[in-house]
Ligand binder design. Structure first.
Ligand SMILES: *[C@@H]1O[C@H](CO)[C@@H](O)[C@H](O)[C@H]1NC(C)=O
Ligand SMILES: *[C@@H]1O[C@H](CO)[C@@H](O)[C@H](O)[C@H]1NC(C)=O
Ligand SMILES: *[C@@H]1O[C@H](CO)[C@@H](O)[C@H](O)[C@H]1NC(C)=O
Ligand SMILES: *[C@@H]1O[C@H](CO)[C@@H](O)[C@H](O)[C@H]1NC(C)=O
Length: 431
């Protein structure tokens, strides 16, 4: 009798030890579920690695991790990302972007006409008012839905993940803007299913950003404010987070405020200088485009330096050299009113939730434009506390969906849960 016990005990011990050593010395299981941030301007894919807890945002194209959400159709075939951007100049009408603005959304004739003005590609509405792109390839017209454009991007991200993991990938967690309704969420899932992926869950982008900072693990009720300032839009959300549950309490935003507006101010300053210095306005398209690129670069540079410069030969003005140093404080002066405007939606969500500034426990910054030191400073001063900035603001959402993918996949040591509660709050628009 007792010898049986000893035998069993030994077997159990052996199993336990095998498990222990296995965990320690065997390669950890490969991620089976990927996380995708299908963004308006950029899209990225990430995975969560069991045991180490490392989140990898994967390289997709030529050492770039995130790729532009652009798909181009041509007689040679379909290209995506940076390749699509590179050929855009020669193929405007068939270079498609902003699919996220159209996906799962109905447009009436007036909205469609107004929207069409902003784009070089052709749009039309089907009998239900759903938008389709119209491209002409191989001399024939072809209709392309926003979810098909999305599927080409998702397919590219999926292939990148399969290359990296060296296993087939069939499952995904995706993020969408908090304001997306059921139809927009459904069509986003459709984009993934066309690309051969099963969508296990769709989570809100602000929730993903909060997950990236591990805010689901904090005890007690947390009021988390997520500020997402990108190239063209600002979105602010207030979330309640408790015990791994997320509830969106309020949303506000400005659809016409972002990095492009800040560039525009500096560009205007520079074209003013050209007129003043050379007595002629800058009207040449190629020179203006070259200046626009330098302006963008100068803006990025001023995030890390107090001064940078712009230097450019203006071909349309007989090759005259435009050289000017640009200080961070000049850039801030040119944009001060716009930076201040970014605080308006924050006011709105606090009013809507009847919270005071000091009741906000955590502030999370998302989107490239939140790198601008003055933007950070204004937000910090508004709340009297430092926002979370440790994660690259352009990778916070993809990092969060990757963590959610890891949680759903039961990837040790992610034993916590993270669940979003449905909400009916509506976004408040600020202009
Ligand atoms: C146009 O035709 C060529 C030759 O058949 C083909 O390789 C290419 O993929 C087509 N383009 C598109 C966008 O389908
Ligand atoms: C996968 O991606 C990670 C993170 O970028 C990188 O370190 C690793 O070398 C990649 N592996 C392969 C096989 O490409
Ligand atoms: C979204 O998809 C679900 C499940 O497939 C379906 O029940 C629902 O009616 C769809 N909603 C819309 C608005 O398309
Ligand atoms: C940014 O500005 C600094 C200082 O002027 C300079 O050393 C650096 O090369 C610039 N970087 C870029 C990317 O323009």
């Amino acid at each position: 009798m007792s010898s049986t016990f000893v035998f069993l005990g030994g077997a159990v011990l052996a199993l336990l030890l095998a498990g222990y050593f296995g965990q320690k010395y065997m390669p950890p299981p490969k991620p089976k579920i990927i996380g995708i941030d299908l963004g308006t301007t950029y899209s990225c894919v990430g995975v969560y690695h069991a045991v180490t807890g490392v989140i990898d945002v994967l390289e997709v194209e030529d050492r770039h991790r995130c790729i532009p959400s652009v798909v181009a159709f041509s007689d040679d075939g379909i290209v995506v990302g940076y390749k699509a951007v590179a050929q855009a100049e020669h193929n405007h009408q068939n270079t498609l972007y902003d699919a996220k603005r159209f996906i799962g959304k109905k447009f009436d004739a007036a909205e469609l006409a107004e929207t069409q003005k902003q784009y070089a590609f052709k749009l039309e509405a089907d009998e239900h008012g759903m938008i389709r792109y119209v491209v002409t390839v191989n001399k024939t017209e072809r209709r392309v839905t926003p979810e098909e454009v999305g599927s080409v991007i998702v397919g590219t991200l999926r292939s990148a993940a399969e290359r990296n993991l060296t296993v087939p990938v069939k499952k995904v967690v995706m993020s969408v803007p908090a304001e997306f309704d059921d139809a927009q969420r459904n069509y986003t899932k459709k984009a993934a299913s066309i690309a051969g992926l099963e969508v296990l869950r769709v989570i809100n982008e602000p929730t993903a950003a909060a997950l990236a900072y591990g805010l689901h693990k904090k005890t007690g009720l947390q009021n988390v404010l997520v500020v997402d300032l990108g190239g063209g839009t600002l979105d602010v959300s207030l979330l309640n987070v408790q015990g791994g549950m997320f509830l969106t309490q309020a949303m506000a935003g400005n659809n016409h405020l972002g990095g492009q507006d800040f560039n525009q101010r500096l560009l205007k300053h520079m074209t003013g200088l050209v007129k003043e210095r050379f007595g002629q306005p800058l009207t040449d398209k190629a020179d203006t485009q070259a200046l626009r690129l330098q302006v963008e670069e100068a803006k990025l540079n001023l995030t890390h330096h107090l001064e940078t410069h712009i230097s450019l030969n203006l071909h349309s003005l007989g090759g005259k050299l435009l050289r000017e140093s640009i200080s961070r404080s000049l850039f801030e002066d040119l944009n001060y009113d716009l930076f201040k405007k970014a605080l308006q939606p924050i006011d709105k969500v606090l009013q809507a939730t009847e919270l005071s500034r000091d009741e906000v426990d955590e502030i999370v910054l998302v989107g490239g434009s939140t790198r601008i030191p003055k933007v950070r400073e204004l937000i910090r001063d508004y709340f009297g506390k430092k926002p979370n900035t440790a994660i690259d603001p352009e990778l916070a959402v993809v990092s969060g969906v990757s963590i959610q993918a890891g949680i759903i996949g039961g990837m040790w040591p992610l034993t916590v849960s993270a669940v979003e509660l449905p909400t009916r709050v509506r976004k408040i628009h600020v202009h």
